[in-house]
Every structure is written in C-alpha cells, then in structure tokens.
Design a protein around this ligand. Structure first.
Ligand code: G3P
Length: 220
C-alpha cells in the first residue's frame, strides 16, 4: 500500500519525506486554508518536497469552472492530481479532464455506488472517507472492502485511496481491505513506527554491547 500524507504543512511533509516512506500527498481546501498561502504557491512548495502524486482540489462547484481550475492546477507540476468532489458536476469535470489526460482524484466518496460512478468517469483515484463514515455510525472500512470487490469484478484501474484515516488500526484495516493507497495525517504516520518491544529490545541490545565494548568499534 502506498502511504500518502494528508497535510499541506511543509514541516510535516519534510519530516515525513525524510523517512523515505511517503509516496504522495493529499490536500483539501481546509488543509490549504490552514497554511494561509495561495494554493498554487503551496502546491509548488509541496511538489519540491515529495516526489509522488500530489492531490490539489478545485473549489468551483460548476463543471466548466472546475475544469478551468483543474487545468490550471495540473499545469503547476507533472505530479499534480486534480481533486474533484463526487457531485454530478464533479463527475462531469472528472470525465472531461480524464479525457484530456489529466489525472483526477474523486473525493468526498461515501458509498460503493459513488465509487462505481467515479470509476466509470475515468477517475485515476477514488477517495472514500473512512473516519467520517465512522463518525456518523457507519463502518467506513466496509465501503473500502465493497469498492475493492466491485473494482476487481470489472477490472477498473481506478486506485482506491482510503482517506480520513484517523489512527493506526484504520491504516492496517485499509491495507487488509486492499486499498491501493492510505492517506493519513502526519501524527498517524508517526504512530505507525511505535512498538514498545522495539524500544525495549534496542535498549537491551545497546546495554549488552556497551557492557563488553563500551563504545561502537571504529571502522578501519
Ligand atoms: O483529505 C480528506 C480526508 O482525509 C479528511 O480527513 O479527518 O478531515 O475526515 P478528516
């Protein structure tokens, strides 16, 4: 599964990228607004940090305007993936942009039916929001599982990006369900590393080593 960071924060992206396991970035209008910089400038800066798919979302609600915005975003960098919402207008724009060769991530997906529509429109990525479904009492991960089955049945190439992942178990479950990509806040990526037995084991290894050698051998 590819790991994407769900943030527009440059410090978080630099730190995550330095670990060598970040394959891409997702942003949305809320995340861009949080950083307070113009979307085009912010996306360019993000593209300088992470070499992978970088999703940037349109804010227009009418297909023609979404297409205009989408083309402008796509021109910023070869890695930009245009994000369109799963509305009728968003799907119209997805179809048209995809036909022009612009890769589209269809966002705000909450059902397998919506995911089927996005795939039929030629979406490069579908983004079902797991955590927000859990928030309203639905099992978000069931949607990932259903989409995986449906896409497999018909050979759709659209990648399933599990979004709105809020904790480690969400990431593991999304991987088990067959999501191609998991996008997560920096905090969740950081938490994936943690295991008390790793810390305990390393501590013991170093104590044992130092008892005999005091310090690491010097390379000759
Ligand atoms: O980028 C979309 C998604 O990942 C949002 O997550 O936690 O705001 O529901 P969240």
């Amino acid at each position: 599964m590819k790991f994407f960071l769900d943030t527009a924060n440059l410090d978080e992206l630099k730190k995550g990228a330095s670990w060598g396991v970040v394959d891409g970035v997702t942003t949305n209008p809320s995340l861009i607004a949080k950083e307070g910089r113009d979307i085009k400038d912010q996306v360019r800066l993000i593209c300088d940090i992470v070499d992978g798919d970088i999703s940037a979302e349109v804010v227009a609600t009418e297909a023609g305007e979404m297409m205009r915005e989408g083309r402008e975003l796509a021109r910023l960098h070869r890695n930009v993936v245009v994000k369109c919402p799963l509305t009728r207008e968003g799907i119209k724009a997805t179809k048209a942009l995809s036909q022009e060769g612009i890769r589209v991530n269809v966002t705000l997906c909450f059902s397998p039916a919506q995911a089927l529509i996005a795939a039929k429109a030629g979406a490069y990525i579908i983004s079902p929001f797991v955590g927000r479904l859990d928030d309203v009492g639905h099992i978000g991960m069931d949607v990932i599982r259903d989409i995986a089955t449906i896409y497999k049945n018909y050979g759709f190439k659209t990648q399933i990006l599990a979004a709105s992942l809020r904790h480690t178990l969400h990431v593991i479950e999304a991987a088990r369900a067959g999501a191609h990509i998991g996008t997560m806040p920096f905090k969740v990526l950081d938490q994936l590393f943690n295991h008390p037995l790793t810390d305990k084991g390393l501590d013991q290894f170093l104590k044992d080593w130092n008892k005999v050698f005091q310090e690491a051998p010097v390379a000759r």
